[in-house]
Design a protein around this ligand. Sequence first.
Ligand SMILES: C[S@@+](CC[C@H](N)C(=O)[O-])C[C@H]1O[C@@H](n2cnc3c(N)ncnc32)[C@H](O)[C@@H]1O
Length: 271
Amino acid sequence: MTVWDLDRDQWWPNHIIESAWLGHTPFAAWLIPNLEPKVIVELGTHQAVSYMAFCQANAKITDPARCFAVDTWQGDDHAGKYDDSVFHNVQKLNERYEQFSTLLRCRFDEALNQFEDGTVDLLHIDGLHTYEAVSQDFYSWLPKMSDRGVVLFHDTEVRDRDFGVWRLWEELIKQYPSFSFQHGFGLGVLVVGRDAPENILKVCQPNEASDFAKDFRSLFSRYGNEVIEHYQLLHEAEEKKSLSGRWKHAMKTTWRSYVPISIRKTLKTFR
Ligand SMILES: C[S@@+](CC[C@H](N)C(=O)[O-])C[C@H]1O[C@@H](n2cnc3c(N)ncnc32)[C@H](O)[C@@H]1O
């Protein structure tokens, strides 16, 4: 399978809700069949936009990987704190993939001992985005990576607040074959395994300015933007619906509070 083989049915995600990762869901659909991982681990799942994109693609391959989503499902300083309903929603979403997918509700470092060294083929790092946190996540999980291992980093383009993924990324790309998308806050693809599939290396070893790199980047940015635009339309429609509901409710209650009870009773008899 090459990048040009993808049709819309293959890259369109089922799980479309608010997330900074939405724009990368089409790339997840390309990556899984090209990497053919046996074990996928995600560090930082929240409402599972990225994780569901991996699972959706994984369900379609001949020999699906075992997938693990690791998160406390409590939130952090960047994602904000949230309540248990988020985890319960992800549990429901996961039912569809439970033959190969497991949710590990714990800290990233607590999950480490559940994996043998050299066994993880795809690691997605999307937890807290400070330089210290993301470095800790990368270096503590690196021994777990297999010979065909690929690590994804989200938010490589974000340079405000105390985000520091970009800094670690600049260090790592000097040591490993890599590729990065600039859209959707940036997604870095780092090949840490010595024996990665040819298609992955083809993407990760080009001259950044080559026609291939430009085409690959612009194709997935276009697909990603289509998903984001679709979400925005859904969101606007939802907003309108809830606004009109609130408006109707306000009119009803305002009318009640201004019209005296005696008149309201009389009006009711005419209905
Ligand atoms: C940016 S969100 C993940 C976004 C998600 N990948 C998506 O597709 O929208 C980061 C998540 O990482 C979790 N997190 C951050 N640091 C963690 C840690 N050390 N251990 C476990 N979970 C952590 C937070 O609870 C939060 O849900």
